[in-house]
Ligand binder design. Sequence first.
Ligand SMILES: [Cu+2]
Length: 312
Amino acid sequence: MVARGSEVRPRSQRRGAGRLVGVSLGAAVLLTLLTGCDVGKTFDGFGWPQNGITPEAHRMYDLWIASTIAALAVGVFVWGLIFWCVIRYRKRGDALPVQTRFNMPMEFLYTIAPILIVAVLFYYTAIVQTGVDKVDRPGEQPIVVEVVAFKWNWQFNYRDGKGKEAKTVASTLGTSDVIPVLVLPTGRPIRFEETSKDVIHSFWVPEMLFKRDVFPGNVRNVFEVSQLETEGAYVGRCAELCGTYHSMMNFELRVVSPDKYDQFMAAKTAGKSTQEALQSIGEDPFATKTHPFDTKRNDRNFNKTSAAGAGN
Ligand SMILES: [Cu+2]
């Protein structure tokens, strides 16, 4: 008895190969079309924030878009194969189909192809990650900001150089009533040196698409951005659960023009407060994107009974 499958194999193999080429060509054309237009915008960044304000943020965004397109191309190809097999080789009778085993080219392909895909993704991820993590770029004199985190606020120290030994030339301290505003210019490299006074916090400005833990003790985490591209006010947050008021441990990043920044620093080093210095460059003196923690506690909702009991 000859299985039905073996009779049709040459024709089905030809058709299969034809479809394979068709699917691959289709995927290639689709990929070209998609990358031709701004595919990230078309698909809402595939879930990735599109409002980055640093070159590093754009590089991470590009990596995400490219990886997603690659994953979708592989996904569409595999789904195509699955559905094609399901339909083409559906059960037609009780005869056992041809059992194909030890197809070396196929086995070679599905061993090598995933390794190649992972290698390519890893390569580009390593390149972007190294770029984002890069500090001490040669020939650059970044603005150095020391980020001091504590429960539950921030202090930003403008420094005259890199490292612990450098001196603070101006400072902004957040309080329970005033959100600290970190003023920085566009178009200049910026170096953040982080330290904590108590527990682990995390410095996070969502528009930088980047956050880094702030450690107490001897660990001084450092990261740099090659520039801030867009003027504006951006809320900054603590991204590490650090205690009761973690969620209200906000600050504001105010990105201004280099001229305004220089005027701001001149005012600060002359002894003006951050609010006065902000006002002197025509900026809003207080944070505009977030507000200090409001306890909403008053004599109506405060628990008088237990307060009286505590006194006895
Ligand atoms: Cu914190």
